[in-house]
Design a protein around this ligand. Structure first.
Ligand code: FE
Ligand code: FE
Ligand code: ZN
Length: 280
């Protein structure tokens, strides 16, 4: 299985790979630039190459890069929308230094314009940014449905995907906290939720998992992550997600409120679920 957490990209690519190894991880997520937005750091191609070698040597799973939170390609304000579209396009070009990985982003918030109006804007931003020569699969994250977030249901994600031209370069990142907060009961009926995902979107689109417990009950639309086992989803249900045959080969990214030591502990715990207590 592939498990890791969000790492800070400020010290460079290779350093993130080394940090992942220190934490016992074999994948990781990173923000392509400051999570609050702004200019991206210059990429050092040598550094990217060193990370690629490290990943190969240590059999890493695909990385799940994350767009800044401020990205909103369906914003009402024209300047925010333009900035977001530019960042998306620039990030996808930059991802070519690490070909073959994932780029995950929040579909956006429609801020009063309505989901119907927002969906074509999101698809258009992807269609303008994503080129046939790109070696990255763009992932739409399942959202908790806080405020006017788009992507709170599988149907909304499907509607975006339907309008994306490069169908082989679009997928979904399944965030366990968000899906649960969005009203999908992964505790009582995981198989049913995955069946619904398959019927609406298609499980072949499910490429990565954001692995979080939730502070709130199913359908709360709150989006507050909790440590694995300390929230309303609970360890048993999350274990069933991690071990589910339809999900087990995906990169699992922890976004739990932890320090490094906490992440190392969670990573070890999850690996242990997976090996059934047997050490390799
Ligand atoms: Fe996210
Ligand atoms: Fe997430
Ligand atoms: Zn979240």
């Amino acid at each position: 299985m592939y498990i890791g957490n969000h790492l800070s990209s400020s010290s460079g690519f290779e350093k993130m790979g080394e940090e992942a190894l220190r934490l016992g991880a074999n994948t990781f997520a990173f923000f392509t630039r400051n999570p609050r937005g702004g200019a991206a750091k210059e990429i050092n191609p040598e550094d990217a190459l060193r990370l690629r070698r490290l990943m190969e040597e240590h059999h890493f799973g695909k990385l799940v890069a994350h767009a800044p939170y401020t990205l909103n390609v369906c914003a009402e304000k024209e300047n925010v929308k333009k900035f977001s579209r530019d960042v998306l396009a620039d990030d996808l070009n930059r991802m070519e230094y690490l070909p073959g990985n994932y780029y995950n982003f929040h579909p956006g918030s429609h801020v009063g314009q309505g989901t119907e109006a927002a969906i074509p804007m999101i698809a258009d931003a992807i269609n303008c940014a994503l080129k046939p020569e790109h070696n990255t699969v763009v992932l739409l994250e399942t959202m908790a449905g806080k405020g006017s977030e788009v992507g709170r249901s599988f149907e909304e994600l499907r509607a975006i995907i339907d309008m994306v031209e490069l169908k082989d370069k679009i997928g979904v990142c399944f965030d366990t906290c968000h899906v649960w907060d969005g009203g999908y009961d992964i505790v009582g009926n995981l198989d049913g939720v995955l069946k619904e995902f398959d019927a609406v979107i298609g499980l072949d689109r499910l490429r990565a998992v954001h692995f979080n417990d939730s502070m709130n009950v199913c359908g709360s639309h709150k989006d507050r992550h909790q440590k694995i086992g300390d929230g309303e989803i609970g360890a048993e249900a999350l274990k069933a997600v991690a071990k589910h045959p339809l999900l087990a080969d995906k990169p699992f990214i922890l976004e739990t409120p932890n320090d490094d030591e906490g992440y190392a502990r969670e990573i070890a715990m999850i690996k242990n679920w997976y090996t059934g207590g047997q050490k390799d």
